[in-house]
Write a protein that binds this ligand. Structure first.
Ligand code: FAD
Ligand code: SF4
Length: 463
């Protein structure tokens, strides 16, 4: 008999005013007792509506049922049948708009905390069975596949193919594998040891990873084929930052969120034992309303800024960030200026940022995205006194691969064009994740990596 309490079990967390001064993980994870109690809220619905919201088709009621029984290892095994990165997804997926949005318990109360339970199963497994859980490397079939980029799309594609016996090599431009999971999402939301542990599990299942390898510069995709790779998957993400194009964006103290977060996360600027610091600012404005803006703002606060303000041109209702991240940012004393659109960055005589000029906005008619478009209110500009501005208004795919690979077509936004099976316009070259969709989510990138792995297998069987 399911537990019919309407509300989910809260996640234990660090206190807001303590955690906004450190980079330790904010959410502490369910204990075994809480996890079992929350799992008991699941109704084990026959058609599992929650699964409709999961791009990688995790068998949700099955794994939750195992947690309810206390069979935590079996719960983990159930998840990794279809999801190679459960500790990551349990932490960063926007579950409220995916699996949990379809959960029937959400009709008269709060949905089952599916993401938190997924995280629990993965963390329990890592703590109790650290070296097992990789599907052992199967006998190889000798057919080689190259994967460009080690973000969630590339890792998922590589993991699925390796499990079927393909000889897969992932080429990563950075010195560390993981894509945005290591260079973008901060330690306090996704500890890097968790990402490393998921990647090690993939390596144990046979995936080879070569870092410091920029494909399209050191080696071209054509050369990969000449070297004996029979198919290539491109999961190179969307790492090229966009700027607003307003006056003053070249002043000292203006960053792209991409640069700022890479310096903080990958280059460990927050740690005293690293030689790669970032300037500490007192008053910081972050432009944008997505996860990236929340992450940049919360990092700035943790680096000692007294005032951090998120400047967003629509209202709170339209914020694209995960609900939990917005809530956490507010708790950590990040300020929000809604309906505000930056029009210029002002600098002092030395060329350092000293203020951000903004126009006040109101919402007009819905635009192409279906959301009400912000329109400037005449004569209502205002100044925010700041000494740093971080642009978090989006990114596009890096053009390197499409410029150096013949036959690879992209749309007007620079995203690679693929068919339903994720094959690009170049035979044998597949693509997925942010490189195809523009910046999206971890789980959508993983879903694309999965589809592409199946398509690559079909392609190689035909070849
Ligand atoms: P990426 O993760 O970008 O990985 C691409 C990899 O390819 C990179 O490591 C890059 O170095 C490498 N690469 C690029 N070009 C080459 C080349 N030529 N040769 C070799 N390697 C190359 N999503 C969520 O679901 N939840 C969140 O909470 C969330 N928060 C986010 C916070 C931030 C700060 C950012 C930036 C994004 C966030 N996202 C979040 C979005 C999510 O991280 C991305 O949608 C996802 O990582 C895309 O995966 P990917 O594999 O397509 O690309
Ligand atoms: Fe359990 Fe909700 Fe899925 Fe039903 S919809 S099986 S209650 S998680």
């Amino acid at each position: 008999m399911a537990d019919m309490r309407p509300t989910r079990h809260p996640m234990p967390e660090q206190e807001p005013l303590l955690r906004n001064q450190n980079f330790d993980e904010v959410a502490l994870g369910y204990t075994a007792e809480i996890a079992q109690a929350e799992a008991a809220r699941c109704l084990n619905c026959k058609n599992a509506p929650c699964m409709q919201g999961c791009p990688v088709q995790v068998h949700i009621p099955a794994f939750i049922g195992k947690i309810a029984e206390g069979a935590f290892g079996e719960a983990f095994s159930e998840i990794v049948q279809t999801n190679a990165l459960p500790a990551v997804c349990g932490r960063v997926c926007p579950q409220e708009s995916q699996c949990e949005a379809h959960c029937v318990r959400g009709i008269r109360g709060e949905p089952v905390a599916i993401g938190r339970l997924e995280r629990f199963a993965a963390d329990w497994h890592a703590a109790n069975c650290p070296s097992d859980g990789a599907q052992e490397a199967p006998a190889g079939n000798g057919r080689r596949v190259a994967v460009v980029g080690s973000g969630p799309a590339g890792l998922t594609c590589a993991g699925d193919l390796a499990r079927k016996g393909y000889d897969v090599t992932v080429f990563e431009a950075f010195h560390k594998a993981g894509g945005v999971l290591v260079y973008g999402i901060p330690e306090f939301r996704l500890p890097k040891s968790i990402v490393a542990q998921e990647i090690e599990r993939l390596e144990r299942s046979g995936v080879k990873i070569v870092t410091n390898a920029v494909i399209g510069r050191a080696v071209s995709i054509d050369e990969l084929f000449e070297d004996g790779f029979e198919a290539v998957f491109i999961g190179s993400g969307a790492g090229l930052p966009r700027f607003l194009g307003i006056p003053g964006e070249n002043l000292l103290g203006v960053y792209s969120a991409n640069e700022y977060l890479t310096r903080v996360n990958l280059m460990k600027a927050y740690r005293d034992d690293y030689d790669t610091p970032v300037k500490r600012h007192r008053r910081v404005a972050v432009i944008g309303g997505g996860n990236v803006a929340m992450d940049a703002a919360r990092c700035a606060k943790r680096l000692g800024a007294e005032e951090v303000t998120i400047v967003y041109r629509r209202s709170r209702q339209e914020l694209p960030a995960r609900a939990e991240e917005v809530h956490h940012a507010e708790e950590e004393q990040i300020a929000f200026r809604f309906l505000s659109n930056p029009v210029a960055v002002h600098g002092d005589e030395a060329g350092h940022v000293c203020a951000l000029a903004c126009a006040r906005m109101e919402l007009g008619e819905p635009d192409a995205s279906g959301r009400r478009a912000p329109v400037a209110v005449e004569g209502e500009n205002f100044l925010l006194e700041v000494d740093a501005v971080i642009d978090a208004i989006g990114t596009t795919p890096n053009p390197l691969l499409r410029m150096t690979t013949q036959g690879l077509s992209a749309n007007a936004k620079g995203c690679l064009i693929v068919d339903d099976s994720n094959e690009t316009t170049r035979a044998g070259v597949f693509a997925g994740g942010d490189a195809v969709t523009g910046s999206a989510t971890v789980i959508l990138a993983m879903g694309a990596g999965k589809r592409a792995a199946a398509a690559i297998e079909a392609y190689l069987q035909r070849a």
